[in-house]
Design a protein around this ligand. Structure first.
Ligand code: ADP
Ligand code: ZN
Length: 429
């Protein structure tokens, strides 16, 4: 295996032995904050008496509300002058959470990110265009420093502005990008509208993440550009991008267990679930100096993929993120994730990338409306063809969701578009 960091070659025993050592150090640091000092005391855990990773499970979870309560510096373990940067979560849900980094933290993060990019074959010779938003969002600078660390010529393009993205891609011969799934498909159709075949550019690989998407969407991006697409996962609370990343096998994301402790719990009981079962991911930082976070409930739902990866890395793999526990919609008493709708829609080649779910209540009954943009404009005129696909989609959705949504197909660029993470659901109930 060609590796960037030796930790990629560690066996399970080495990974776990290192976790224990790093966890002791992390607890020692965390105990410098009143918040964690109290929690450690109350649960009877100290860095000295921690003998196994099992012991650690006695510590209560840290929630997003806990982090909000400690805003801005409550979890700092160093004098403020030691911090060299801060980021905020993009606030997709509620008030933001701030994370502060020391220089050491930034170095560790850049290394982790570089390791991810290296794993899927990005090298110094690549021209890397970072289409993640720069600013408070961790995607911009986080990925940027990883790509620079590898020695790539890095273009800090940021999110949106397709005309400029395309010009940069063409002028500088971009070979690798980091991009949102919703934006990747949009960029494909933008290229076409400029008369450029998306397959004809020098792009060869895309790292896609920051929001949930389906396997069907991955394949569609791959086919549109004739490239390879790898899933990229991270969250501000755990630095940002670089927490989990797909390897060339494209079968789940390796979570870097030398840097994070990974647990999957039943969100109701808090108990660990067996491998293979879906639950909420809980993460602990092992290499964070300035602001360690212990047993953080990410609210992201996924499962551990049982067994070993063919690539040889022993860091466990998580499956595609199903969504957040707070993304779940309850419609007519049925639990639904927006990803289920996307999975069905993307099976229809007639459908473009953008869709919107609207929930309403009329006469005390839930109604679910699914609008999707159609790819080929000429369809819109062919009433019968249009109705025919609408019916097929309705049937497929009913089979998947067990309720019957009202499906309507609309022309391209009709549904609202965002520069950042896509907003897929409007709940008017
Ligand atoms: P916010 O929580 O405000 O969106 P972040 O920028 O920290 O702020 O976003 C992290 C979240 O983005 C993750 O918790 C997860 O829900 C989502 N996410 C990141 N990468 C992926 C991915 N590859 N697949 C699915 N969801 C992802
Ligand atoms: Zn692998």
């Amino acid at each position: 295996m060609e590796y960037f960091n030796i930790a990629e070659t560690w066996d399970r025993q080495t990974i776990e032995a290192n976790q224990l050592i790093r966890l002791r150090g992390t607890l020692e640091r965390a105990a410098l904050t009143p918040f964690y000092a109290k929690r450690l005391r109350e649960s009877g855990i100290s860095p000295q008496n921690l003998n196994s990773l099992e012991d650690f499970r006695k510590l209560p979870f840290t929630t997003k509300d806990d982090l909000r309560g400690q805003y801005p510096y409550g979890l700092a373990t160093v004098p403020h002058s030691e911090f060299v940067r801060m980021h905020c979560s993009s606030g997709t849900t509620g008030t933001p959470v701030a994370v502060c980094y020391t220089q050491l933290d930034l170095n560790t993060w850049a290394d982790l990110m570089a390791r991810c990019l290296h794993m899927v074959g990005v090298r110094k010779s690549d021209v890397f265009q970072n289409m993640s938003g720069y600013g408070l969002f961790t995607g911009g600078l986080g990925i940027h420093f990883g790509a620079e660390r590898l020695g790539c010529m890095t273009i800090p393009a940021g999110a949106g502005n397709s005309r400029r993205q395309i010009k940069l891609m063409m002028d500088f011969g971009t070979t690798a990008v980091h991009i949102l799934p919703s934006y990747a498909l949009y960029l494909g159709s933008e290229l076409e509208s400029y008369g450029i075949d998306p397959k004809s550019t020098s792009l060869r690989v895309a790292m896609v993440g920051a929001e949930p998407y389906t396997e069907e969407t991955r394949r569609r991006i791959e086919q549109t550009f004739n490239i390879r697409v790898y899933n990229s996962y991270g969250l501000s609370e755990m630095n940002g991008p670089g927490v989990g990343f797909e390897c060339p096998e494209q079968n789940g994301m390796h979570v870097w267990e030398d840097a994070y402790i990974l647990e999957i719990i039943n969100p109701e009981t808090g108990e660990e679930v067996p491998d293979g079962e879906i639950g909420e991911m809980v993460l602990t930082t092992l290499c964070r100096q300035g602001m360690p976070i212990l047993r953080y409930r990410t609210r992201d739902l996924t499962r551990i993929i049982p067994g070993e990866c063919a690539c040889g890395r022993k860091h466990r793999r998580i499956d595609r993120i199903l969504g957040r526990s707070d993304d779940m919609l309850i419609v007519k008493g049925v639990n639904i994730y927006p990803q289920q709708v996307e999975r069905i829609l993307m099976k229809f080649p007639e459908i473009d990338a953008n869709y919107l779910i609207t929930l309403e209540r009329t006469n005390n009954r839930d109604n679910m409306k699914v609008q999707a943009e159609i790819r080929d404009e000429s369809f819109i005129e062919d009433f019968h063809a249009l109705k025919n696909i609408e019916e097929k989609i309705t049937r497929a959705l009913r089979e998947e969701l067990l309720i019957t949504p009202k499906v309507s197909l609309v022309p391209k660029n009709v549904l609202p578009k965002t520069e950042g993470k896509a907003k897929r659901v409007i709940d008017l109930r």
